[in-house]
Design a protein around this ligand. Structure first.
Ligand SMILES: CC(C)(COP(=O)(O)OP(=O)(O)OC[C@H]1O[C@@H](n2cnc3c(N)ncnc32)[C@H](O)[C@@H]1OP(=O)(O)O)[C@@H](O)C(=O)NCCC(=O)NCCS
Length: 198
């Protein structure tokens, strides 16, 4: 099923989305904001990657769509660990003009609901560079807690950069939606499960 947010829809990645993904990998502005090797990626390499990862149930990647702009980015749950019930979350919106309009927040709330309500995970992990204000603000607004700083963890742009590590527990997500009533006005608003207190 597609995963409905308040505004966004998270859907499966199609082969046709490889180009958006490739453009994001090749965009110096985005690559400077995320952890990674920052290699130029060809269409061939991107399609090979897509085929190699097709059907990988431990690393889920969804396309973020909005009604007005269609496919605008990608959101992920990777390194899913079923024993410890946790996963790593990542998100990228391809174009600057689609950012700072609440899309990231809705996509993050939606992937959290999916992770906790559908997959039964207990925690999500993420990380960001200290100067990535939109990422920091979005995660904090969505109930994430900073858990530490990995000093000089990533070498990028000729220097070692600190990486802020953060996480959210299922119980913290349920506390958040009880307080901010995020899903209350949606058609499929769900009662918060009674056993969600951690
Ligand atoms: C991070 C990202 C996914 C956030 O998505 P988004 O749609 O821009 O996020 P939102 O609009 O929902 O929320 C961003 C918040 O940061 C705020 N913000 C944006 N620029 C800011 C700045 N320079 N300083 C402080 N706050 C800032 C916005 O005002 C908004 O807060 P508000 O809702 O309280 O007004 C998106 O910016 C992105 O894809 N960036 C490039 C890739 C990236 O950095 N990925 C994350 C790696 S950890």
């Amino acid at each position: 099923m597609n995963i409905a947010g308040k505004r966004v829809t998270l859907r499966a990645m199609e082969k046709a989305d490889c180009e958006m993904s490739r453009e994001m990998f090749n965009d110096p502005e985005i690559e400077n904001l995320v952890v990674g090797w920052a290699l130029p990626v060809s269409s061939y390499a991107q399609e090979r990657w897509f085929e190699a990862h097709y059907g990988d149930s431990l690393n889920l990647r969804f396309v973020i769509e909005t009604p007005e702009d269609g496919a605008v980015g990608i959101i992920t749950l990777t390194d899913i660990d079923w024993k410890n019930r946790r996963a790593v979350h990542g998100i990228k919106l391809a174009k600057k003009e689609h950012r700072s309009k609440g899309t990231g927040t809705d996509a993050l709330m939606t992937i959290m609901r999916y992770a906790f309500d559908e997959l039964g995970l207990n925690r999500l992990d993420s990380s960001w560079f200290e100067d990535n204000e939109p990422s920091k603000r979005m995660h904090t607004k969505c109930g994430w807690h900073v858990e530490g700083v990995r000093r000089q963890y990533v070498f990028k742009g000729g220097k070692f950069r600190d990486l802020t590590v953060a996480g959210i527990l299922a119980s913290e997500y349920y506390d958040l939606i009880r307080k901010n009533h995020y899903w209350d006005d949606t058609a499929d608003s769900k009662k918060v499960p009674d056993n969600s207190g951690g």
